[in-house]
Design a protein around this ligand. Structure first.
Ligand code: AMP
Length: 442
């Protein structure tokens, strides 16, 4: 947060009132930089993660501009379009618009797939000022003649990197093609790989670049650690952590939807309540789980990367990466679910011995050495009610403990291999392990 106030950014009374009610007095850095540019009518290329306050950074000035030239027509065409990669994020953005725009007469709606289109068509027919949408369903409704983008003045593409990852690029390009050429465009992405820059170049006009101090700012507020654990011991390790009372509001990330379900069932077997949230669940079930998580009735969510994108809950105490993320960028997105809006958080990642490379890549991206902690937490008492498969793995406790010992040793020494090629690093790794074994014997 800065010492500046929203008033200093020329934000007008109805929005100040709404912000005040939310308890937000100072703009976050991304808001500080972006709001004046948007109010001036400039295109913006913003590099910012979720959790930085980026939604308000584009929502507030757009609402203010729309409000200053409000249409009185009832069945009006939308003047602002916000595209988001997931339904959860789209719902979240629409909710922010409701919050910040509650003292003005603005009409907004959210459009996403996986549910019946009837209510969405009806809301479009009533006339809207702002549409928040995922690309697929929006295109569908446009093709059926239910939605016109002819009057769009403001276009926001949020989480562009995720849009590309999820294969929505073609839909996005199709939508951009039918937008009026004369418009203001705001483009946000947590990361800026070449593919994202290429996309940005095709849809922005002389944009001003905004980069919050570092994309790593939220990451720095998160206490991060790694537990090296054999695949077969992961569930027991998870149970052991979750039985500790400090784990109050937790998101557990898994690689697949199937695994999310299975883990949730295994937790139930030992009396730990949780909800799985992923794209195979109906929208209603996903929303119900999210609402339960927000109001605290559900303490543990088991999620896949995509489903977790829209989770904006201020009090997430812990992130547990049950499976290491497939890309280092996903790691940043995942742990960004905690430490939101200035809070701090804790992230624990389970790293299988064969997944060292993934760990190194993450450390390279965030430029931070993650602490590898010993896990002597495997507690047989936690097995009460749990099945054979896990009980037998607890007998391997000793061997696992040695594994963690080695890991701790390695993690410290590996710092010196930074910048070396993969082959050299592996050779050094092997040598370090051999030396350590010798030390242990002597
Ligand atoms: P976002 O990056 O847009 O997902 O926002 C992350 C969180 O920060 C949300 O819970 C917002 O409600 C909250 N937030 C947005 N702006 C501010 C602000 N100026 N001060 C404190 N919290 C904020």
């Amino acid at each position: 947060m800065t010492n500046l106030r929203f008033e200093d950014l020329n934000i007008k009374a109805p929005f100040l009132k709404a912000l005040n009610e939310e308890g937000y007095t100072s703009p976050t850095p991304i808001q500080h930089e972006t709001i004046p540019l948007v109010l001036k009518g400039l295109d913006v290329l913003g590099m910012a993660q979720t959790g930085t306050g980026k939604t308000a950074a584009f929502t507030l000035p757009i609402l203010q501009k729309l409000n200053s030239s409000q249409s009185t027509e009832k069945a009006r065409d939308p003047r602002a379009l916000i595209l988001a990669p997931t339904r959860e994020l789209a719902i979240q953005i629409n909710e922010s618009i409701r919050k910040y725009g509650q003292y003005i007469a603005i009409k907004h709606t959210v459009i996403f797939g996986g549910v019946k289109q009837g209510p969405q068509v009806k809301s479009l027919e009533r006339g809207m000022d702002i549409i928040v949408a995922t690309p697929g369903r929006l295109l569908d409704l446009i093709n059926q003649g239910f939605c016109s983008l002819d009057k769009i003045e403001f276009f926001v593409l949020d989480e562009a990197d995720r849009m590309l990852d999820m294969g929505f690029i073609r839909d996005v390009v199709k939508i951009v093609k039918i937008l009026p050429k004369k418009r203001q465009t705001l483009f946000f992405s947590a990361t800026m790989p070449d593919s994202v820059i290429k996309l940005a170049n095709t849809i922005l006009t002389s944009p001003k670049q905004v980069k919050v101090k570092s994309t790593l700012t939220p990451v720095e507020r998160i206490a991060q650690s790694v537990i090296v654990v054999e695949p077969k011991d992961k569930v027991l390790q998870l149970i052991t952590l979750l039985k500790d009372k400090v784990f109050k509001s937790v998101i557990v990330f898994t690689k697949t939807k199937h695994k999310a379900n299975r883990i949730s069932q295994k937790l139930t077997a030992v009396g730990i309540d949780s909800e799985a949230i992923h794209s195979n669940k109906s929208q209603a079930a996903r929303q119900k789980a999210l609402n339960g998580f927000k109001d605290g009735t559900i303490k543990i969510l088991i999620a896949t990367d995509i489903a977790a994108r829209g989770i904006d809950v201020e009090a997430v105490s812990h992130i547990i990466n049950f499976d290491m993320p497939s890309t280092p960028e996903d790691y940043v997105h995942r742990i960004g679910r905690t430490a939101r809006a200035g809070a701090s958080g804790i992230a624990v990642s389970f790293c299988e011995p064969s997944e060292r490379l993934k760990l190194f890549r993450i450390e390279k991206l965030i430029d931070l050495k993650l602490e590898v902690v010993q896990s002597n937490l495997l507690n047989p008492d936690n097995l009460i009610g749990y099945n054979e498969e896990v009980s037998s793995s607890s007998q391997n406790k000793k061997r696992d403990y040695n594994q963690f010992e080695n890991t701790k040793y390695n993690s410290k020494k590996m710092a010196t291999t930074k910048g070396k090629s993969g082959l050299k690093r592996n050779a050094k790794k092997t040598k370090l392990l051999q030396n350590k074994k010798k030390e242990n014997k002597s």
